[in-house]
Design a protein around this ligand. Sequence first.
Ligand SMILES: [Zn+2]
Ligand SMILES: [Zn+2]
Length: 281
Amino acid sequence: MKYTVFSSGSAGNCSLLKTNELNILIDAGISKKQIEECLSPLNMSLNDINYLLITHEHIDHIRAFSQLIKLPNLKVIISKGTLKWITDYAREHNKIKDLENISYKLQTNMITEVKRIDDTIMYPTININTLSISILPLFHDAREPIGFLFEEDNKKLCYITDTGYVHSDLMPLIYNCDAYVLESNHDPELLMASDRPYYTKLRIIGDHGHISNEDSMYLLSKSIGDKTNLVMHAHVSQECNLNILIENKRKEVFKQYNVDDKNIDFVILGLAPTKEYLIWK
Ligand SMILES: [Zn+2]
Ligand SMILES: [Zn+2]
């Protein structure tokens, strides 16, 4: 399993997961042209992508969605709520023509809709060849946002961004993953001192907003284990966060909870593409 992040943050989110058999894009929040430019150094094109996974309907996650679904062989995994939001929006804005492939794809089972049940946390699992993808229900100001847990031969990659918190029911599932891509969105002091409107600040720090540095590090301190070798701090706010604050908060919280991190590589993601990381062989 190899993993490359093309872009992470509120300007656009998109990353590529490669297994021996599959090429999977997680979110399409940058332009189609940018995705093509990121694929080209890997000797790949959009025609090589088998699956597109969408976390939720915010523009920094679906910018190229209507173009990518035109690809003939691409399958989509998206929650029912997110798909409904996208089709309702297209209908209201007279853009339904852009989505004409959706109905075709629905008929041909090329869209897998996932449905969470709010009170009991359910996480349906989708199996594709040797890879299993568990759908993680998240809490964000979107219709039905989701994260993903990828598993193959007892190895796990956890992908969670755009959530106010992570439900405690998910903690056993995401314990001791080989790698984490986890939101570390903002420093609350920088956020509150920024000139954003007050309601935006409240939205971001709320239960359906984004995870702060401290909450992210606490979550990691309770999740990482002896198998963990890579942590990617994701969806980092450009205005309300700094790399040094992320690193300092990580050191502080890990010290407080006695976390052994000497075998873990830490990467702070941004808008530039990363190298290709080998998550497991
Ligand atoms: Zn986002
Ligand atoms: Zn969002």
